[in-house]
Design a protein around this ligand. Structure first.
Ligand SMILES: Cc1cc2nc3c(=O)[nH]c(=O)nc-3n(C[C@H](O)[C@H](O)[C@H](O)COP(=O)(O)OP(=O)(O)OC[C@H]3O[C@@H](n4cnc5c(N)ncnc54)[C@H](O)[C@@H]3O)c2cc1C
Length: 276
């Protein structure tokens, strides 16, 4: 294993632009889990980002919250303003692994790891987050809901570092995050849901029910129409258009679909009840 320890972002970008496969390590909570079994990964060059102080803090601007490329879940959990303005970030962060993982794991690592069952990605997507990438050839911004092209495929070149995640500040009239797992901690989501409503409209984001975390346009259209839904079953046709769950070790496709409909229905029933 060859590990480089750059002291600045430009040094890190130079390393990522060099020949061969060079892999960034942030918290290491995804990368190193596979270390004992993926022996071929031992021969690679890794760029340890831990000295890049500029990427650690989260910053508040007038129109956005900026998470750094090394901002951890714990940084967000401890930020009082985040709790007030973006409560789903805190809800999701508190449900990632346990405290040790929350202290090391980063939002950028969650995005680039690209697990369809991730917890950070759905809430970021429901808040219309934008991924800020940097390489020696410049900066690029990609909305998170257009970042993934397929299972573990994304619009990030190997020479690009995620240097930030921009989350626009808006007034939300509805926001909820649900993670259905086998336990309350250290569980991988069988179904994840993040739903928001703001001046930009409804966002419904689903996890663990498709090869990537994704927005659900048919469900969003249904909610935009503003017609109360009579039962969980009434959501099934839209769900069938939006997601493609599979049977796997954690759950069956049928269970995931039905749970998604039930959880969404019960969450929204309270919202419709209040408006009625
Ligand atoms: C016990 C355990 C429990 C877990 N529980 C959960 C859970 O409940 N929910 C959940 O969503 N995840 C969970 N995870 C997975 C993991 O903790 C998260 O995905 C975490 O956010 C990964 O962040 P990291 O900084 O550790 O990433 P790393 O492991 O350092 O990197 C992950 C990937 O991102 C790339 N990368 C990292 N930073 C950058 C960057 N700035 N720019 C470009 N590429 C980058 C790396 O090259 C790698 O491909 C768990 C992991 C463990 C070990």
């Amino acid at each position: 294993m060859n590990v480089k320890l750059p002291g600045t972002v430009p040094e890190a970008l130079d390393l990522l632009a060099s020949e061969g496969t060079v892999i960034p390590i942030a918290g290491g909570t995804d990368l190193l889990v596979h270390w004992p079994v993926r022996v071929e990964a031992h021969d690679r060059t890794y760029v340890d980002l831990s000295r890049l102080e500029a990427l650690k803090p989260l910053r508040w601007a007038a129109d956005a919250l900026m998470l750094g490329g090394l901002t951890t879940y714990w940084n967000v959990i401890r930020d009082e303003r985040a709790r007030e303005e973006f409560p789903l970030l805190v809800d999701a962060a508190r449900q990632v692994g346990a405290i040790q993982i929350q202290a090391r794991g980063t939002w950028a690592g969650n995005i680039v790891n690209a697990s369809p069952a991730a917890d950070g990605v759905p809430v970021l997507m429901a808040y219309d987050a934008v991924v800020v990438l940097e390489s020696r050839s410049g900066r690029e911004e990609v909305p998170l809901d257009r970042f993934y092209a397929g299972y573990k495929e994304m619009k990030r070149r190997p020479d690009q570092l995620v240097v930030g995640i921009r989350i626009p500040r808006r007034r939300y009239t509805y926001q909820v995050f649900e993670k259905v797992g086998a336990r309350r901690a250290q569980a991988i989501a069988k179904v994840g849901l993040a739903v928001t409503r703001s001046s930009a409209g409804w966002r419904v984001v689903a996890a663990s029910v498709a090869p990537t975390i994704r927005r659900c346009p048919a469900l969003e259209r249904l909610l935009e129409a503003g017609i109360p839904i009579a039962s969980p079953e009434a959501l099934l046709p839209a769900i069938a258009q939006d997601v493609a769950p599979i049977d796997d070790i954690r759950s069956s496709a049928d269970y995931r679909t039905r749970v998604m409909a039930r959880v969404l229905y019960h969450d929204l029933r309270d919202f419709w009840g209040k408006r009625a």
